[in-house]
Design a protein around this ligand. Structure first.
Ligand code: AMP
Length: 643
């Protein structure tokens, strides 16, 4: 007997899912299906995406719905358009052999008129995102009075995205007599509150441990200096030539910037974030799904609901603001029983967060070393070898050239030939990585290890977990600034930090040590933001007093030694072409003829804009066909032309 039939699933549904390749129920299906079929019970399921939870609720749901009626009997709410479409598609395929089934997706960013029409035709199951559902209800386009099943999928995400009020409104439209099935990857207090409010004595299923991440995910972290974040990302991507990955950034601006740098450096990457139009996002996702795109750089919100199987790596370029979101990010890999790696790139100040993450996922992280140049070269070499081994030869096209090719190469042995063909590509990588520095933080020179910044201690953040001796108070990346306001102006360290951040729109992480004096103060800021700060502070006042800042090499506190390079040939600010926005203009090191370049590490140095109001418009997408494949040949651009 078929294993799904044994759980109570009807033959016509079994036939449909067998065609999808479902032979053995996943653990959540095994636990949920019999209960949901037999009992009129509420359910709370703690499960990640990729565990088969759509079928876990979808199959019993379909079986409970009367498809002879045109009433809306089931409502599935989920956080994103992508997930909404995915669930709809899944349910439609489960009902391939079920007569009269009409399952309709209701989501924003598409014509509401068409959706109103689809529902009017008699949708027994409506799958919706909360915002658009509220619109539909307000337009009286959908009646929920006949609903007997409500599914809240990825409830934690819906709450994270601020849909609580919408959920309340939608659920108030449904009858009291119904079953509510709630699924969530994590169980923060907000979700528990929802469960308590809308459910009575729910049956609970936990796949894996509570809040535990998928067991097939290996969690790895790298500790680098902030300025090396981008270079480390490239190393990691280079180290995994067959990577099919998602890089998560914290903001839209960062996402766009990292993607643009990767593209410029010859990687097969693109960005996905909320400033792209729906059509642009669809296009990016289409390319990613079809694997014409190798690396997707995304914000949390934009990546929600990404249901692409086979993602090999999730890279946290920066950790999410809501640390719980790490589970959602890492859950994009190791789907459907596959394995995957979730990577976190950290600076030393953030290392303590690993412990928090370990608690959340119930699993240990492995500390890894950013691969060195020779390791990357070796990896790429063997990827090249297998690529050559598996290359498809176009016999017809190459045939006419072969005699001349053989003749030109006749003096070379097979061994010589192999060496030369391989070296043609390998040399580029060798050359590129020739002077590549070790990016691991313990191997980078860390200046001034003796003091930690008070600011970080005040924040009570992770620095308490770090060995003090490792924490660079200021490094060569910091510029010391003088500012003509101080204690007399009613400022303490926190107040000055707020003032600097509010005036410049920079994040606090760009600012280092602060020393408050009576009528003036000193603060450290990431070198990359120096020009930006100078501009931001032009014509500023504080409590009616005109404010002036100056880069300074003076001593800000007792015994303070200034290590930064200001005054040693650095460009003067406010003139000589260094004003304006030059703070985020890209720099490249080594430059020119194929030397090691981090492809512009200006943002890696800690520069982040705080608001997106003035974020650049998304660039026009190229109409050129996307570059296929990966590794060497796609990235020739970064190695420069061969002589
Ligand atoms: P989900 O967690 O519902 O997003 O499912 C993750 C992936 O697993 C999807 O591609 C499903 O089609 C697939 N899947 C779900 N249940 C099974 C099953 N019993 N056997 C094989 N694949 C499944």
């Amino acid at each position: 007997m078929n294993k799904f039939e044994a759980l109570g699933i009807e033959p016509n549904i079994v036939k449909a899912i067998t065609e999808l390749g479902f032979e053995t129920p996943t653990p959540i299906q095994e636990q949920a299906i019999p209960v949901l079929l037999k009992e009129e019970k509420d359910l709370v399921g703690l499960a990640q995406t990729g565990t088969g939870k759509t079928a876990a609720f979808g199959l019993p749901l379909i079986q409970t719905v009367d498809f002879n009626s045109r009433n809306t009997q089931a409502l599935i709410l989920c956080p994103t358009r992508e997930l909404c479409l995915q669930i709809t598609k899944d349910l439609q395929s489960y009902t391939k052999y079920t007569q009269g089934a009409n399952i309709v997706a209701i989501y924003g960013g598409a014509s509401i008129v068409n959706q109103l029409r689809d529902v009017k035709r008699g949708a027994q199951i409506v799958v919706g995102t909360p915002g658009r559902m509220v619109d539909m209800i307000n337009r009286k386009g959908v009646t929920l009075k006949t609903v007997i099943r409500v599914v809240l999928d990825e409830a934690d995400e819906m709450l994270n995205m601020g849909f609580k009020e919408d959920l309340d409104m939608i659920l108030s439209e449904t009858p009291d007599q119904k079953c509510t099935w709630l699924f969530s990857a994590t169980m923060p207090r907000e979700v528990e509150t929802i469960a308590r409010k809308y459910m009575s004595e729910p049956f609970q299923i936990t796949v894996g441990k509570r809040n535990e991440g998928n067991v097939n995910i290996e969690h790895v972290y790298y500790v680098v200096q902030s300025r090396d974040r981008y270079a480390s990302l490239k190393r990691i991507v280079d180290f995994y030539p067959d990577i099919f990955g998602i890089v998560f950034c914290r903001t839209k601006a960062e996402t766009q910037e990292v993607a643009e740098k990767l593209i410029r450096d010859g990687y097969n990457a693109d960005s996905l974030h909320g400033d792209l139009s729906q059509a642009q996002r669809d296009q990016v996702m289409k390319r990613y799904r079809s694997r014409t795109l190798q690396v997707l750089v995304a914000t949390d919100v934009a990546a929600r609901g990404i249901d692409v199987d086979d993602v090999t790596h999730v890279i946290n370029y920066n950790l999410p603001d809501e640390i719980e979101n790490y589970t959602h990010r890492s859950g994009r890999t190791a789907r459907a029983g596959k394995t995957g790696i979730s990577i976190v790139i950290l600076n030393i100040r953030e290392v303590g967060k690993i412990r928090m993450l370990e608690k959340i996922i119930g699993k240990k992280f492995t500390k890894a070393k950013v691969p060195g140049g020779s390791e990357v070269c070796e990896k790429q070499l063997f990827a090249l070898i297998s690529k050559i081994h598996d290359v498809e030869v176009n016999e017809a096209a190459i045939e006419k050239y072969l005699p001349q090719i053989y003749s030109q190469l006749k003096d070379l042995t097979k061994e010589e030939l192999i060496k030369r063909f391989v070296s043609d590509e390998f040399n580029r990588f060798l050359e590129y990585y020739k002077n590549a520095p070790d990016l691991n933080v313990e191997n980078r020179s860390l200046e001034r290890p003796e003091r930690t910044s008070d600011r970080f201690n005040q924040r009570g953040d992770t620095r308490a977990d770090e060995p003090r001796s490792r924490v660079p108070d200021r490094d060569a990346n910091m510029t010391r600034f003088f500012i003509n306001v101080g204690e007399m102006d009613g400022l303490d360290k926190g107040g000055l930090l707020r003032f600097i951040c509010d005036t410049s729109n920079l994040e606090g992480s760009n600012i280092g040590r602060i020393d408050i004096k009576s009528s003036f103060s000193f603060f450290d800021a990431a070198k990359e933001v120096e020009d930006f700060l100078m501009n931001a502070f032009k014509d500023q006042t504080f409590k009616g007093r005109s404010v002036r800042i100056d880069p300074s090499n003076g001593s800000g506190g007792a015994g303070y030694r200034d290590n930064n390079s200001f005054g040693k040939g650095k460009r003067p600010y406010g003139g000589g072409g260094s004003g304006g926005d030059s703070s985020w203009k890209k720099k490249s090191y080594g430059g020119g003829g194929g030397g090691y370049s981090d492809g512009g590490s200006s943002s890696g140095g800690g520069y982040r804009k705080r608001s997106y109001g003035n974020e650049e418009k998304p660039r026009e997408r190229s109409s050129e066909p996307p570059v296929d494949g990966n590794t060497f040949s796609d990235r020739k651009s970064k190695f420069g032309k061969r002589s």
